[in-house]
Design a protein around this ligand. Sequence first.
Ligand SMILES: Cc1cc2nc3c(=O)[nH]c(=O)nc-3n(C[C@H](O)[C@H](O)[C@H](O)COP(=O)(O)OP(=O)(O)OC[C@H]3O[C@@H](n4cnc5c(N)ncnc54)[C@H](O)[C@@H]3O)c2cc1C
Length: 387
Amino acid sequence: MNFDLTPEQDQLRDAVRALGRRYGHGYFVEKAKAGEHTTELWNEAGRLGYLGVNIPTEYGGGGGGITELAIVCEELAAAGCPLLLLVVSPAIAATVINKHGTDEQRKRYLPGFADGSLKVVFAITEPEAGSNFHRLGTVARRDGDDWLLSGRKCYISGVDEARYVLVVARTEDESTGKLKPALFIVPTDAPGLTRSKLDMEILSPENQFLLYLDDVRLPADALVGESLDAGLPALFAGLNPERITVAAMGAGTGRYAIERASEYTATRKVWGGRSIGSHQGVSHPLAHAAVQVELARLMIHKAAALYDAGRDLEAGVSGNMAKYAAGEAAALAVDTAVQALGGAGMTTEYGVATLLGAVRAGRIAPVSREMVLNFVAQHVLGQEKSY
Ligand SMILES: Cc1cc2nc3c(=O)[nH]c(=O)nc-3n(C[C@H](O)[C@H](O)[C@H](O)COP(=O)(O)OP(=O)(O)OC[C@H]3O[C@@H](n4cnc5c(N)ncnc54)[C@H](O)[C@@H]3O)c2cc1C
């Protein structure tokens, strides 16, 4: 058993950490408050090859796996820049196209993922279906060689920044009522596709949208894969990378918050000569949060290693567990850090309360803690499916 990163992974981690720190949480907050995006950071990370670490070298990527992408997600978050677009674009969309796209789609899209110049977001959630994706109501109908897509999606992140959105739809010829999903690469400026920004209580430069698809006409090659049979495996291909990278983002955010709080409590003195961190009522909750974050990190490394070894089923279990653990640990770490900083914890300047909304959302999205527990109860504990 080896818990060490390879020298290349170590170098990647150090380099991404340095880049993240150069921008820092102040930059992230400033962009969010101005209603702007973290374009400079994204573009620089793309130029340096960090956004394409998991793209095969033949398309200009780093030739690594989800382990490498998780390192990028964690280190940027640990520098105070948790970028959700890393989860939707390189982790989900690029993986789906790489693993299940046609040769033509790989040639067309992967080079853009490799240097970060292409952002593709992901739309599965619908107002009526929610966690139950078997109820998806977005329909794709054939019209000659073309496809026509109609339906509604909600909470879709980053649509305003992306050139395409990968839309999960149900194919209309399904008479049995059984879900036969298909994925479509839809230009965000396609006629018939409109969006409205949701007001979210999350301080982030990345936004969520309601999407309306009203007979959006797409050419035949917008369908991911050679045939409709590619749909279900393509959809599942995105799940493990999503769980693992969002977990890495949570672990990084937890590290960031604990580091901010520990720096503060080690130097803040209000009872004579001793720091507030010398009081165990302050230091133990931080230490406890650090333990939870480290446990989540171990699970993330395990899930990523299994995924990169092609052990998808095991990676599914570990990835879900990692996502759950990291979501809980991040929320605990940020809340504990706010408390340890006292009033300073609630200021923008100290940069921890600014993450409360994001870590709270991390227990709901992209898969809620309850749905992970359902998965573990059913697939690990052998319990009857409850829904
Ligand atoms: C910040 C943010 C970004 C997002 N980005 C995207 C995106 O880019 N693309 C995208 O497609 N979606 C996105 N989502 C949507 C997200 O994936 C969903 O919010 C999530 O899957 C939960 O679905 P829901 O909100 O409809 O909750 P619901 O399904 O309505 O569930 C509500 C509550 O009930 C619980 N619940 C539901 N069913 C069960 C059950 N069987 N057993 C136990 N508990 C249950 C849930 O866990 C939850 O706590 C985003 C959401 C947020 C908050």
